[in-house]
Ligand binder design. Structure first.
Ligand SMILES: Nc1ncnc2c1ncn2[C@@H]1O[C@H](COP(=O)(O)OP(=O)(O)OP(=O)(O)O)[C@@H](O)[C@H]1O
Ligand SMILES: [Mg+2]
Length: 267
């Protein structure tokens, strides 16, 4: 074996696959929502997911998170079945609406998954950060006692992100988490999410309707097409990290926007 082959083999051996989806299809009655999805997502990657409404983006996240079963094919999360990964809290979900419990303050919402684990006697992965520290990480130090209705929409989403991080998930699934926010807040949270990603090393699958957001956040954009939902393309976003807001003015950023817009029109 020559030196190049050897180093390639070593690279393959050290490669950790966060999600391995193999020819997976999802059906709802007679409707095929996803057909023959095959994807390998490396641990630590940041994928954004784009595609026309109804093409199966949310269904793909639900498939990965054991909320819907594949009709055929298979899904493995860090080498485990999706059920085993769910029970081991290998992944966490953040939805468009923050789904906080309105009667619990910010800190108590972040603590909720730990409390549930304790009540059910489940041994949870103990994260490096306490709920207090997670609220600090998402920029909410000092707002621990605030109830959800006392926080802005962006702040509530940040609480939801802190809560998702509390069991130190290796995979974070985000379904349009900033879709309902104004542009300035969204920009701010985009930067914060990139910082969190860098600090925690978690793998992220992030669904969005916004082409600029998909490019700004993603190392790779997974483009789905509709009827039935299939993989159209995976586009590498070769823009330097850490990303700054000014990058959006860069011609290379705009080139990606045009490329993805054309692909999306074609879906
Ligand atoms: N629980 C369900 N029962 C029946 N059909 C469903 C169910 N969930 C999703 N579907 C259908 O599966 C298809 C994909 O839906 P999905 O919600 O994954 O799309 P999406 O890409 O997330 O759309 P959007 O961008 O509007 O959020 C749609 O045709 C939808 O009607
Ligand atoms: Mg959706």
């Amino acid at each position: 074996m020559n030196a190049v082959d050897k180093s390639l083999t070593q690279e393959q051996e050290s490669r950790i696959i966060a999600a391995s989806i193999s020819e997976a299809s999802v059906k709802f009655g007679t409707l095929t929502a996803l057909r023959d999805i095959s994807l390998e997502i490396d641990s630590g990657d940041f994928y954004t997911i784009l595609g026309p409404s109804g093409c199966g983006k949310s269904t793909l996240l639900r498939l990965v998170s054991d909320l819907v079963p594949p009709a055929s094919g298979s899904v493995k999360i860090f080498g485990k079945s999706t059920e085993a990964a769910r029970l081991a809290r290998e992944f966490a979900f953040v939805f468009q609406d923050s789904t906080l419990l309105p009667w619990r303050n910010a800190l108590k919402n972040v603590e909720l998954p730990l409390e549930i684990g304790r009540k059910r006697n489940i041994k949870l992965p103990t994260g490096d950060r306490t709920p207090h520290e997670l609220l600090e990480l998402v920029g909410l130090k000092g707002r621990e006692d605030a109830l959800p209705h006392e926080l802005s929409g962006g702040m509530r989403q940040r609480v939801a992100i802190a809560r998702a991080l509390v069991c130190q998930p290796k995979l974070l699934l985000m379904d349009e988490p900033f879709g309902a926010l104004d542009e300035m807040t969204r920009d701010h949270l985009n930067l914060q999410l990139l910082d969190i990603w860098k600090e925690t090393g978690t793998t992220i699958l992030f669904v969005t309707h916004s082409i600029p957001e998909a490019i700004f956040l993603g190392q790779k954009v997974l483009m789905l097409k509709a009827n039935p939902g299939r993989v159209k393309d995976v586009i590498n976003i070769d823009l330097p990290m850490p990303r700054k807001i000014a990058l959006r003015e860069d011609p290379s950023f705009n080139n990606y926007c045009s490329q993805l817009r054309k692909l999306l029109e074609d879906c």
